[in-house]
Design a protein around this ligand. Structure first.
Ligand code: NAD
Length: 315
C-alpha cells in the first residue's frame, strides 16, 4: 500500500496516546490521524474531543480506525499497554505488555506495513526489541522513544539550575529508559562550553553533588509524577511530536532514541538509547559520542540489565 506522508496512526488511546495525538494535531505535521484502541469507544471519544480543537488549528481529519486504516500511515506510534502503578518499575510491566505487543505487531506485520513503528509503551527498550523481532521489519523502521523524554527532563533541570534557556544545553541521557539510565556528563556542554566551566560561570562550584542530584531527579521524575497524578503524559507527548517532526521533515536530527545495537558502543543484540540520526528513513545510524570509562561501564551494565529481562521474558 502506498504510504501517505502526512498520515499518522496511534495505537493505544489512554493518557499517553491521547496526549500524543493532541500534540500531533497541533504540530501541523499531518493531515490525518487514525486512533486505534481495543476500547473502540475510547478511540472514538478521543477523536471527537481532539477534533473539536481543529477550528483553532489547521484542517485535518482525526478518526477512530482499525488495522487496515493504519497501513498507509507514514508513522504508527504504539502506546498500548498498561502503565506503571505507584511503586512499580517499568520492568515490572514487561510480561503484561509483551503479551499486548504479541497481539498487535503480528497484525501489522501480516499486512506488510512499510512505514515507521515508533514504540512508546514501557518498558520501551524491551518492547522495541520485541517489535523488531516479531515484525521482521528493517531495524531502521522500528525504534523507541527511548531516553528522548529523560534527556528533555535533564535539559529542563539543567536550564533551571543554570538559569539558562534549556535549548542551549547539550546533554544526553543514554542506556535504558529506566533505572539503569546514565547521564553522559563527560560530553555535556552549554553551547560548546564544557558543563563544569559553564556552572562556574554561573557561580555553581559543587559539581559532583549537583550532577548526582540532577541525575537522580531525572531518574525519579516518572516515579514522582506517578505518585502525585498517577500517570505521566505531557512530556512524552511532546517527545513523540519531536521525533515525528524529525522523521516527517527528514531533519536528520540527533535524538537519543532506542534502537538495535550492533557493537558501536561494544553492545549488541539489545535495543537501548544512544544518540542517533533520525530522519525520513527512521534511524539512519547511531552516533558515537565520547564517554569516559565510568560511563562506558554503566552503559554496558544497562545493556546487561535489559538483556537479562529479555532472557527472562522469552524463556
Ligand atoms: P493507559 O492505561 O491510560 O492507556 C493504555 C491504552 O492502551 C488503553 O486505552 C487500552 O485500552 C489500550 N490498549 C491495551 N491493549 C491494546 C491493544 N491490544 N490494542 C490497542 N489498544 C490497547 O496507559 P498510559 O498512561 O497511556 O500509558 C501507556 C504506556 O505508555 C504505558 O506502558 C506507559 O508506561 C508508557 N509510557 C511511556 C513513556 C515513555 O517515555 N516511553 C512515558 C509515559 C508512559
Amino acid at each position: 500500500m502506498n504510504i501517505q506522508e502526512r498520515k499518522v496512526g496511534v495505537i493505544g488511546c489512554g493518557f499517553v496516546g491521547s496526549s500524543s495525538a493532541f500534540a500531533l494535531m497541533q504540530s501541523g505535521l499531518f493531515s490525518e490521524i487514525v486512533l486505534n484502541d481495543v476500547d473502540r469507544e475510547r478511540a472514538e471519544g478521543e477523536a471527537l474531543d481532539i477534533s473539536h480543537g481543529l477550528p483553532f488549528a489547521k484542517p485535518m481529519k482525526i478518526y477512530a480506525g482499525d488495522y487496515d486504516d493504519l497501513m498507509d500511515c507514514s508513522i504508527i506510534v504504539i502506546t498500548a499497554g498498561a502503565g506503571q502503578k505507584p511503586g512499580e518499575t517499568r520492568l515490572d510491566l514487561v510480561k503484561k505488555n509483551v503479551g499486548i505487543f504479541k497481539s498487535i505487531i503480528p497484525e501489522i506485520a501480516k499486512r506488510k506495513y512499510e512505514g515507521i513503528l515508533l514504540i512508546v509503551a514501557n518498558p520501551v527498550d524491551i518492547l522495541t526489541y520485541v517489535s523488531v523481532k516479531l515484525s521482521g521489519f528493517p531495524e531502521n523502521r522500528v525504534f523507541g522513544s527511548g531516553t528522548v523524554l529523560d534527556t528533555a527532563r535533564l535539559k529542563y533541570l539543567l536550564g533551571e539550575h543554570l538559569s539558562i534557556d534549556n535549548r542551549s544545553v547539550h546533554a544526553f541521557i543514554i542506556g535504558e529508559h529506566g533505572d539503569s539510565e546514565i547521564a553522559a556528563w563527560s560530553s555535556a556542554n552549554v553551547s560548546g562550553i564544557p558543563l563544569n566551566d559553564f556552572c562556574e560561570l554561573r557561580g555553581h562550584l559543587e559539581h559532583d553533588a549537583s550532577m548526582k542530584r540532577i541525575a537522580e531527579d531525572v531518574k525519579n521524575s516518572a516515579y514522582e509524577i506517578i505518585a502525585k497524578k498517577k500517570a505521566t503524559y505531557y512530556g512524552i507527548a511532546m517527545s513523540v511530536r519531536r521525533i515525528c517532526e524529525a522523521i516527517i521533515r527528514d531533519e536528520k536530527s540527533i535524538l537519543p532514541v532506542s534502537s538495535m545495537q550492533h557493537g558501536e558502543y561494544g553492545i549488541s543484540d539489545v535495543s537501548l538509547s544512544v544518540p542517533a540520526i533520525v530522519g525520513r528513513q527512521g534511524v539512519e545510524r547511531v552516533v558515537p559520542i565520547d564517554l569516559n570509562e565510568e560511563e562506558k561501564e554503566a552503559l554496558q551494565a544497562s545493556a546487561d540489565t535489559l538483556k537479562k529481562v529479555i532472557e527472562d521474558a522469552f524463556n
